[in-house]
Design a binder for this molecule. Structure first.
Ligand code: 4AD
Ligand code: MG
Length: 446
């Protein structure tokens, strides 16, 4: 391995355009290599992008040509070369290789398992620790990071304070059937399903708060929308009713999507996302009562678009959500579901208490629910009877009832699953690619 002696400045592929005509040093990996006699066309990647290099046998030192010739995919390299603008090149530039240092050469007899040819998803998921290096996965992870950044930015710049709820909890929030139990020094505890109950407390302390962290559901659902571990961002606002919550949700989502369009255009291009579909995502969003949504489903069934008739009073299933959300070019906010299919903490509609003051936001293009939220029960007596009706352990909820004993106010909040948002914004057909290491019913590895 010959050390690079050049004094060329170290730069990243993303900033290479600033160095046209100069020699620079890149530190990265060999993404691919095409050989054509005396010409070598290596493609380098460094995490910020990829660039094609060119090495002509007559134009480089013999040891440079030898080091590069036959070099194995994903070998780590430090390369010096001159930056040349090229209209035809992906990214607009090529690198005329001058020197190369192979940091670690991937052995020929144990090659990098993920080649540019097609692989099945199971094969790739089994090698997720390596698959994350591919351009497409890098682009998705960058968009995910932008979604998380923009989501936090929206709340930070609108008067919210981030308050982090615990992950280890003594009781259920979203129903008892989907809890992961943990042994807590001989007592049973659970991994949190949502930070909501805790941020209701901090909302009454700070007014407008949000939480952002991992949440867990032991759901035996094997769908393209379900993970057992996922990230949720949840705002909670004191003195906010359902109308205020709908407004918050549409402004929040518009901000996220427009931030991705503005800041991650190259990544959207790498994954082939139709940007026009994202540009139209601006508030206000259409609102539908549950009853109106049901009428649409009934019509869709009559017209032969939906196989099964919808039974009034049920929650929507995946096919129902897919159909509803494919009818709009913006997210649709479905509100006022029947109270008995929703969580115990939801405020009843004063007009008809059999309905809950809740909302599910369904993303367009058939993506379905990305946000669930509601106005919360603020009466002590009602909340206590709800806890009892749902057969939840009253003792564990005494602290939560305190919030209705001492200075209770109308308040509302929602939760957005980051992975559902990433799947929609990236146009992916499964959530498994939206998180670095997916945890699903069938997968806990790597
Ligand atoms: O609708 P959910 O269950 O609502 C709550 O947890 C409320 N406590 C939130 C609140 O009001 N603060 O979940 C909220 C969102 C869903 O809309 C969905 O985006 C995501 O969390 N989600 C999941 N994402 C991936 N895999 C799963 N198994 C998910 N379950 C929910
Ligand atoms: Mg929900």
């Amino acid at each position: 391995m010959s050390e690079i002696t050049s004094t060329a400045p170290i730069c990243t592929i993303a900033e290479i355009g600033r160095h046209e005509g100069q020699s620079v040093t890149l530190r990265g990996w060999l993404y691919n290599l095409r050989e054509s006699g005396k010409l070598l066309f290596p493609i380098f990647r460094d995490g910020t992008g990829t660039i094609q290099g060119v090495a002509h046998k007559a134009g480089v030192a013999p040891e440079v040509f030898e080091a590069l010739k036959g070099l194995t995919q994903e070998s780590s390299v430090i390369v010096t070369g001159k930056v040349r603008a090229d209209q035809r090149a992906h990214g607009g530039f090529e690198l005329d290789v001058e020197q190369i240092q192979v940091v670690q050469r991937v052995p020929e007899d144990d090659p990098y398992p993920i080649t540019p040819k097609e692989h099945g998803v199971e094969f790739l998921m089994e090698r997720r620790h390596l698959w994350v290096r591919s351009s497409r996965q890098v682009a998705i992870l960058r968009i995910r990071a932008e979604i998380m950044r923009a989501a936090a930015e929206y709340f930070d710049s609108n008067g919210f304070t981030r308050t982090d709820p615990p992950i280890l909890t003594p009781a259920a929030c979203e129903g008892t059937s989907t809890l992961f139990p943990v042994d807590y020094f001989g007592e049973e505890a659970f991994l949190t399903q949502s930070g909501q109950l805790y941020i209701e407390s901090t909302a009454l302390a700070l007014g407008k708060v949000y939480s952002f962290g991992p949440t867990f559901r032991a759901e035996k659902s094997k769908t393209r929308r379900h993970l057992t571990e996922f990230w949720m961002i949840e705002p909670e606002v004191a003195y906010c009713d359902l109308d205020g919550l709908l407004e918050l949700a549409e402004n929040f989502l518009s901000h996220i999507v427009q931030s991705v369009v503005k800041n991650r255009a190259p990544e959207l291009q790498v994954i082939g996302r139709d940007i026009a579909k994202l540009e139209v995502i601006r508030a206000p969003f259409p609102r539908l009562r549950y009853d109106e949504a049901v009428a649409m489903l009934n019509q869709a069934h009559k017209d032969g678009h939906l196989e099964n008739p919808f039974e009034y009073g049920n929650d929507f299933g995946s096919p129902d959500e897919t159909w509803l959300s494919s009818q709009f070019d913006r997210p649709v906010m479905v509100h006022r579901y029947p109270a008995n299919v929703k969580a115990f903490y939801m405020q009843p509609d004063p007009v008809d208490p059999t309905f809950a003051m809740c909302v599910d936001v369904l993303a367009p293009e058939g993506y379905g629910e990305i946000i669930g939220g509601s106005q919360r029960v603020d009466s002590y007596d009602l909340l206590k009877s709800r806890i009892e009706e749902h057969k939840l352990p009253l003792e564990a909820f005494q602290w939560y009832l305190d919030l209705r004993r001492y200075g209770s106010v109308p308040h509302s909040g929602f939760g957005m699953g980051i992975e559902r948002a990433v799947a929609w914004i990236c146009g992916l057909d499964h959530v498994r690619e939206t998180i670095p290491f997916a945890r699903t019913l069938n997968r806990m590895f790597p």
